[in-house]
Design a binder for this molecule. Structure first.
Ligand code: WT7
Length: 652
């Protein structure tokens, strides 16, 4: 293990409970020995309860088939009282949200007092639209403060929000609206990124067309573009929110009431609506945000994700606000107007903690160091990365060039389902190693298992599972608890299976090797091969499709599609036109987030005699390595493999 020097000690008075490895070890053992006591103490210290819980965990991974396990079940709260009201005493005039719009220097700030008032107004407006406790509200917006206000307003009224990333298509949005049976959609006229507009309202209109269940769209005006407003259904944010009452009594919820649903891709079928609950989620968001980043009162904290993903939920909105931090919301892209945008923001706003994804780091590293070094980055203290394994080269660039070899890098491993960070260095206590997510947080008990669900010890590779629930863990899949049980708890009974492979070294550090299921990770975005395949086979020319990932220098993984054409279809020399059309279908079905990078037309797919596609072979070919294809004798037609290899321009 190569280690970097541990940067200077935390300043005096730091609230971070873990400042040394000794403290980490002690706290981790304490949490392992008595998880209930550990998490109840955190819940009591961090959360503003109406009725503090006396109960820790009820249920287990063994009983999850009978129903969700729970944390703090007798506690009652409204999450926004922790994020807003609790900060009004000492932080009323502190900036809660610092917004940087698409144009550099286009800023808005909302203090905690202002944010609380805006959330109350939005909550009043939602109630005037008939929104009730427990009902689902879809949020389909760009990165404007009103997206966070909309999330918090839902939480304030006890409604369950489901944010849908603006890069999803009308069809994908409609699927989600239907799945959670939402009646109200909150959107905006257009999104704006790098001077490119995203027609959010038009897409939402297409999604809700004919959907009798949707009674209202609440529309925030961002660009002023002309959009269609349907009388009786669509209302402008500035008409109903700005005039609404800033007095609103937060609706009391049970700890285990759902706070939000977030859809995420798996290895089979349609995206699942992962459900997070109020009390456990907010406890875990607050705990991890403070502990991992060594948060201090005067930090300017910037997570440049999108609120459409879990990273935005936990580390732009809920975690930072629960901790009374100043959190930046960024509307634009790292490349607009040039590749120095992030570091210019660091200089202009004095950012101290910066959190991004390996794909962005790789893309920016490829543009040269001048974009970084021209900016004053002396305020930076902690640099975070999330979303996919970070290659050591990208890690070194982040550490030496961006962080000037002065900052701690926290490589944070977690998932939509985990609610918050799980395996990570704790800044600045944990000695780091480039590419390692290092160690589990207190309360988190990872194990590596083999195919027989046996726990592996010592330095070893295996499938990453968790032994014990933690408060931030997703409780169920919306409307389909059996699917939750079969997805996460059936492969290794009694354990939560993450879907990731992992290597543990001699010092106990965890090195995540990536998904071991049929889930791709493209630019830190999770994508199901089944979803891509079903989009592709919906095209007229396609009889069968199989999708795999291959290593991509910037995106981490690229999407490689093997296509069997319908009989009689001849694409001749119009290959590019045909590929473009297929990607058009993918875009319509899933959205701009999804795109096939490489197509290969094949005479057939390598299937076993029972009809299962042997993806191992397809992955090898896509990786350009056909030296060890393994046993192909079980294939129904082994000659297909030769055709695929020569079609890919490789030799066996
Ligand atoms: C998958 C979860 C967690 C928010 C963003 C993605 C991969 C995530 C790391 C990391 C290696 C990572 C895993 C995981 N992943 N962080 N630091 N090192 N891999 O959330 O869309 O739910 O995806 O992202 O494969 O299973 P998600």
């Amino acid at each position: 293990m190569s280690t970097h020097p541990v940067p200077s000690r935390v300043q005096e008075g730091s609230p971070n409970p873990i400042t040394t490895m000794h403290a980490w070890r002690e706290t981790w053992m304490q949490a392992k020995n008595d998880p209930d006591a550990f998490w109840l103490a955190e819940a009591h210290a961090r959360v503003h309860w109406r009725t503090p819980p006396t109960e820790g965990l009820r249920g287990s991974y063994h009983t999850v088939g009978d129903g969700p396990f729970s944390w703090f079940a007798d506690g009652r709260l409204n999450v926004t009282e922790t994020c807003l009201d609790a900060n009004l005493g000492t932080r009323a005039d502190k900036v809660a949200i610092l917004w940087e719009g698409d144009t550099p220097g286009e800023n808005r700030t909302l203090t905690y007092a202002e944010l609380a008032a805006e959330v109350n107004k939005a909550a009043s407006a939602l109630v005037s639209l008939g929104v009730q406790k427990g009902e689902r509200v879809i949020i389909y917006m760009g990165m404007v403060p009103e997206a966070a206000i909309a999330m918090l307003a839902c939480a304030r009224v006890g409604a369950v929000h489901s944010v849908v990333f603006g890069g999803f298509s009308a069809e994908a949005l409609r699927d989600r609206i239907r799945d959670c049976d939402a009646r109200v959609v909150i959107t905006q006229d257009e999104g704006l990124r790098g001077q490119r507009t995203i027609p959010l309202k038009a897409t939402a209109d297409e999604a809700v067309q004919g959907e009798k269940g949707v009674t209202h769209q609440l529309v925030y005006r961002r660009t002023g573009a002309d959009v269609t407003m349907v009388a009786g259904r669509d209302v402008w944010w500035h008409d109903v929110v700005e005039t609404a009452s800033a007095d609103f009594e937060a609706v009391e919820c049970a700890a285990e009431d759902p706070l939000f649903i977030l859809y995420t891709s798996g290895s089979t079928g349609r995206p699942k609506g992962v459900v997070h609950t109020c009390g456990g989620y907010i406890t875990y968001a607050s705990y991890t945000h403070q502990t991992v980043f060594d948060l201090r009162e005067d930090d300017v904290y910037a997570c440049v994700a999108d609120v459409g993903w879990i990273t935005g939920h936990t580390y732009i909105v809920y975690g930072p606000l629960a901790n009374g931090a100043t959190t930046l919301m960024f509307e634009s892209t790292p490349l607009y107007p040039d590749a120095g945008r992030y570091w210019d923001m660091v200089e202009r706003h004095g950012i101290t903690i910066f959190y991004t994804a390996p794909t962005a780091i790789r893309a920016l590293a490829a543009m040269g160091d001048d974009f970084v070094t021209r900016a004053d980055r002396s305020t930076l203290r902690v640099l975070g990365t999330v979303g996919e394994p970070i290659n050591p080269e990208a890690w070194e660039w982040y550490y030496t060039v961006v962080g000037a070899s002065r900052c701690t890098i926290v490589d944070t491993w977690w998932q939509t389902e985990t609610g918050g960070i799980m395996i990570t260095p704790v800044a600045p206590a944990t000695p780091v190693a480039p590419g390692a997510a290092t160690l589990p947080l207190p309360g988190i008990q990872p194990v590596l298992v083999n195919a027989d669900n046996q726990v592996l010890h010592g330095p070893v590779s295996g499938h990453l599972c968790m032994e014990h629930p933690w408060p931030g863990q997703a409780r169920t899949v919306w409307g389909d608890h059996p699917r939750y049980v079969s997805t996460y708890f059936s492969t290794y009974p009694g354990r939560y299976f993450t879907g990731d492979g992992c290597r543990r070294d001699a010092s106990g550090y965890h090195w995540i090797t990536g998904r071991v299921d049929d889930v791709l990770n493209v630019s830190g975005h999770r994508m199901g091969t089944a979803e891509l395949e079903s989009a592709l086979v919906s095209a007229d020319s396609v009889a069968e499709a199989a999708v795999v990932g291959y290593p991509h220098p910037i995106k981490g993984q690229g999407v490689y599609a093997y296509i069997v054409l319908q009989p009689g279809v001849d694409i001749g020399d119009s290959v590019e036109v045909w590929q473009k059309a297929l990607n058009g279908v993918v875009r319509t079905r899933i959205g701009a987030v999804a795109r096939v990078d490489k197509f290969q037309v094949v005479p057939g797919l390598p299937k076993t005699r029972s009809g299962k596609v042997m993806r191992r072979i397809l992955r090898k070919v896509a990786e350009g390595d056909v030296s060890r294809l393994g046993d192909v004798s079980t294939l129904a037609d082994p000659s297909v493999v030769d055709a695929i290899i020569s079609g890919a321009g490789l030799s066996g």
